[in-house]
Write a protein that binds this ligand. Structure first.
Ligand SMILES: [Fe+2]
Length: 255
């Protein structure tokens, strides 16, 4: 879920373009796209090793996101269709950081999740748990100048998913992030501390063991709101922060 960045040396001439370059994550630290115990990956995981494409100007600049399209109410999933969602209110907050620990401002953070009963508002979800007319499970924000984001939502329920007998997904929230470049796109899941379902969940366990803790949020008493909502903090690390390229004479292919 993270990458690292190595900056190219800046040539002595001011007129040349220097682009950041990203280190490739070693295979052993990548979450595999195919994982035998996660059965459906057998049909959709590539059979051949992926080809790493070079990072040219297109890959390390943009996307330019229209912040004006994101409304403040998009960050509060508990108020939809004129009413309040059912469930335990939670504040989910954190920072988006690059691999050097610097905040990533203006990153688009989108989430989707099941409702408190463990049901998605989606046509293929046939789990016989009730839908909530006041919960659609969708939210989005743009990080502020310090890379911060926060959502008010309800804690998602666990749900069965048919991977094996009595298979239940631990409670989780899906995240999609667009950083400052297409190569900073990240799609991942946030979990909650001490979930008893971790041990039997192949999706969670497909994450290399040493990195699993990074997918689990932290309960935060200080941000918990008295008489209103529990708080969970989760920082997200993207690969190295891009920056405005310096001009150069080469074609920008730094891979
Ligand atoms: Fe899910």
């Amino acid at each position: 879920m993270t990458g690292t960045q190595e900056r190219a040396e800046r040539p002595p001439e001011d007129s040349v373009l220097v682009l950041p370059r990203y280190l490739r994550e070693p295979a052993g630290r990548r979450t595999p796209v195919g994982y035998a115990e996660y059965r459906s990956t057998a049909l959709r995981a590539p059979l051949r090793a992926p080809v790493d494409l070079p990072h040219r100007l297109t890959e390390i600049t943009g996307p330019v996101l229209g912040e004006d399209r994101v409304r403040p109410e998009d960050a509060d999933l508990t108020l939809r269709n004129g009413g309040e969602a059912v469930g335990q209110r939670i504040l989910v907050f954190g920072r988006v950081l690059d691999s050097d620990g610097r905040p990533v401002p203006d990153a688009l953070v989108e989430i989707w999740q099941a409702n408190a009963s463990g049901r998605y508002r989606h046509v293929v979800d046939t789990f016989p748990a009730p839908l909530d007319p006041h919960f659609d499970g969708l939210g989005r924000v743009v990080t502020d100048s310090l890379g911060r984001y926060e959502f008010m939502t309800v804690k998602p329920g666990a749900y069965p998913w048919g991977n094996h007998h009595n298979a239940w997904r631990p409670a989780h929230i899906h995240f999609s992030l667009f950083g400052r470049a297409f190569t900073q796109r990240l799609v991942t899941q946030m979990y909650f501390p001490d979930d008893p379902l971790f041990g039997q969940d192949p999706i969670f366990n497909s994450i290399p063991a040493a990195a699993r803790y990074r997918a689990i949020s932290r309960y935060d008493l200080e941000r918990t709101q008295d008489n209103w909502a529990l708080a969970f903090q989760w920082d997200i690390v993207l690969r190295g922060r891009d920056q405005t390229p310096f001009e150069t004479e080469d074609d920008g292919d730094v891979a």
